[in-house]
Design a protein around this ligand. Structure first.
Ligand code: KG4
Ligand code: ZN
Length: 358
């Protein structure tokens, strides 16, 4: 009788993930089934509301708030998963990109914990986390797909033929999509962070009252032109500024201006994403980042994708904005490939997405 070789069954693995790149202190336990399927076991997100007072994130305050919150947030995440620290198999932590002082809190804590528990440690790229967020809610939000990551700091249009293999198609030339929302909200006297306030106010707006430019969309670009997939929002922001200054009654016009701005930004993002999905023959579109909370964006993308049979996957609010569960999902993928960080793991304000080519 020939020798029978059975593949060892894939091992269930639990990762404790930590995210402190900006103004959310978050910890999560995510279980992997060994085949790359992540299941959420617990998620705690503490949003640092204090920054609203300053109209933007104050880096030193963010670091100090993380320092105060990190231990109780991790404890709570473990308690919700009904685990002790030594029950987890690995520690995953966001180490780039983000505010360095904020990242250092998470990285130092994760390193100390991994050392004390003698468990493997893995540094995760924050934007790769955003790519994995949807997988926690939709098992088929898997490559190949086109991805649009839209957050406060980034706007990335990516092609993902496989996990860990990314091609950068386009990005913003100036403001990130979330940054544009936040700056426009500020111009209109709305609180920080402004994205959700713009969305709320825009619901009452008349789309025909203010028509703003669709930046870098309708200029007869051809595939191969370097602005074919890129976006730019500074001109749109300036157009909104002129509309605000030109208004003799902002109370009356606010909703209409918000609607005009949101429509222009959404049409641009949807236009570029659909262009990419069609050009690369992708039938899945994955959205991520805080701006993916925007219901009007998701609906517009679904309508445009539906026209050629593409399905749109958008995370729910809790997983679209910064959270440690997405970091855990990305960590599980990389840990399963045998990747580990060593004791020299550091924090970086900018870093190329691993596996990304231009
Ligand atoms: O991904 P995220 O939580 O943090 C970063 O990594 O930056 O994204 C935060 C951004 C902010 O700019 C916020 O205004 C925006 O996401 N945002 C929204 C909405 N909810 C959050 N933008 C538009 N519509 C929303 N509903
Ligand atoms: Zn983010």
């Amino acid at each position: 009788m020939g020798e029978v070789t059975a593949e060892a069954p894939p091992r269930t693995m639990r990762v404790l993930a930590i995210e402190t790149s900006c103004d959310e202190t978050s910890a999560s336990v995510v279980r992997g089934d060994g085949r790359g399927r992540p299941t959420l076991e617990s998620l705690v997100i503490l949003s640092q509301d204090i920054h609203a007072v300053f109209g933007g994130v104050v880096p030193e305050i963010a670091s100090r708030e993380h320092l105060t919150a990190i231990v109780p947030v991790v404890r709570q995440a473990l308690a919700e998963a009904k685990l002790e620290a030594h029950d987890v198999d690995a520690i995953g932590v966001t180490h780039a990109p983000g505010l360095v002082g904020a990242l250092l809190v998470g990285v130092s804590y994760a390193k100390a914990l991994a050392l004390a528990l003698d468990k493997p440690l893995l540094g995760v790229h924050h934007m790769e986390g955003h790519l994995f967020a949807t997988l926690l809610e939709h098992a088929d939000a898997e490559p190949p797909f086109t991805a649009l990551l839209v957050s406060g700091g980034h706007t990335l249009l990516l092609d993902a033929p496989a996990w860990g293999e990314y091609r950068l198609l386009g990005q913003t030339r100036d403001d990130a999509a979330g940054e544009a929302f936040d700056k426009v909200a500020k111009l209109m006297g709305l609180p920080y962070p402004g994205g959700r306030h713009i969305e709320r106010v825009a619901r009452e707006g008349d789309p025909a009252r203010f028509r703003f430019p669709r930046p870098m969309l309708n200029r007869g670009q051809q595939p191969g032109d370097d602005d074919y997939y890129d976006v730019s929002f500074s001109g749109l922001k300036t157009a909104v500024l002129h509309a605000v200054r030109g208004s003799d009654d902002l109370e009356r016009d606010r909703a209409h201006i918000a609607r005009g701005f949101q429509d222009a930004l959404i049409e641009t993002l949807v236009g570029k994403t659909i262009r990419a999905a069609k050009a690369l023959g992708r039938r899945r579109i994955v959205l991520g980042g805080g701006v993916a909370c925007n219901g009007a964006l998701v609906r517009a993308m679904e309508a445009a994708g539906g026209d050629f049979g593409a399905r749109v996957y958008a995370p729910t609010v809790r997983l679209a904005t910064d959270n440690a569960a997405m970091i855990g999902a990305a960590a599980l993928f990389r840990l399963a490939r045998g990747e580990r960080s060593d004791a020299t793991l550091n924090a970086h304000s900018t870093m190329r997405l691993p596996g990304m080519r231009e």
